[in-house]
Design a protein around this ligand. Structure first.
Ligand SMILES: [Zn+2]
Length: 231
């Protein structure tokens, strides 16, 4: 069978600490679908990664945003500006935040936490808020819901995986060959785990979503954080 997806690797260096993010490109059918796009300023790194995987950046037809966090949507507005033909895809619930009609929930959370932070963390908290205030919103061209099916990656469906944020989505291959988890699950020591449990907007929902993700028993879980979990 033709390849159904490519896994990209975006590498960042924050104060000497390496961080990797793994966007996925779903291939097959009429679409070339990039799922999530890194922090702001990642446009050239994304283009380079796509080329390294034999994909022309201007061949990307859709950009799916799993949720509103800046490490997932940071380059979406810049991408849309450079490649206006790309359709931005987000869940119905997440769309008002992606498109800037409502204030980003992660920013709201950080602002609420700011007063209770210990003195030595207040600067970091303020920087975090500034980063989110500068985050460029992007209009959503195609709103999707759980159960929506597409030909992407050889046939897949949208799975709602709320908790990390209310409208978070993951993408499951219909034959369970793979699942693109977004932050519905991260890979830790080769196992699926909750992403940043302390900052889940709804911790109980995040646990239910993680259970759901695992319950499909997909052969490969393509996690945005931590990489691949193979079963
Ligand atoms: Zn993330």
């Amino acid at each position: 069978m033709d390849r159904r997806y490519e896994r990209l690797d975006l590498m960042y260096n924050f104060n000497g600490a390496e961080q990797h993010l793994f966007p996925v490109v779903l291939l097959g059918g009429e679409d070339v679908v990039l799922v999530d796009c890194g922090y702001p300023g990642s446009l050239e790194m994304l283009e380079e990664q796509l080329r390294q995987h034999g994909i022309r950046p201007d061949a990307v037809t859709k950009l799916v945003l799993t949720h509103q966090d800046d490490d997932h949507i940071g380059t979406a507005a810049a991408w849309k500006k450079k490649y206006p033909a790309v359709a931005i895809v987000g869940s119905r619930t997440e769309t008002p935040y992606l498109s800037g009609y409502r204030k980003n929930l992660r920013l709201q959370q950080a602002e609420q936490l700011q007063d209770s932070l210990p003195e030595d963390q207040k600067d970091y908290g303020e920087q975090f808020c500034s980063r989110y205030r500068a985050l460029a919103p992007v209009p959503v061209d195609l709103q999707v819901s759980g159960g929506d099916r597409f030909g992407w990656g050889g046939g897949c469906e949208v799975v709602t995986t709320p908790g990390h944020t209310p409208g978070h989505i993951s993408i499951r291959a219909l034959d369970n060959a793979f699942m693109v988890t977004g932050d519905g699950a991260v890979a830790e020591d080769g196992e699926l785990a909750i992403a940043n449990p302390a900052f889940c907007l709804d911790r109980a929902a995040a646990q239910r979503s993680l259970d759901l993700v695992a319950q499909y028993h997909c052969r490969e879980y393509l996690c945005y954080h931590g990489g691949l979990v193979v079963r």
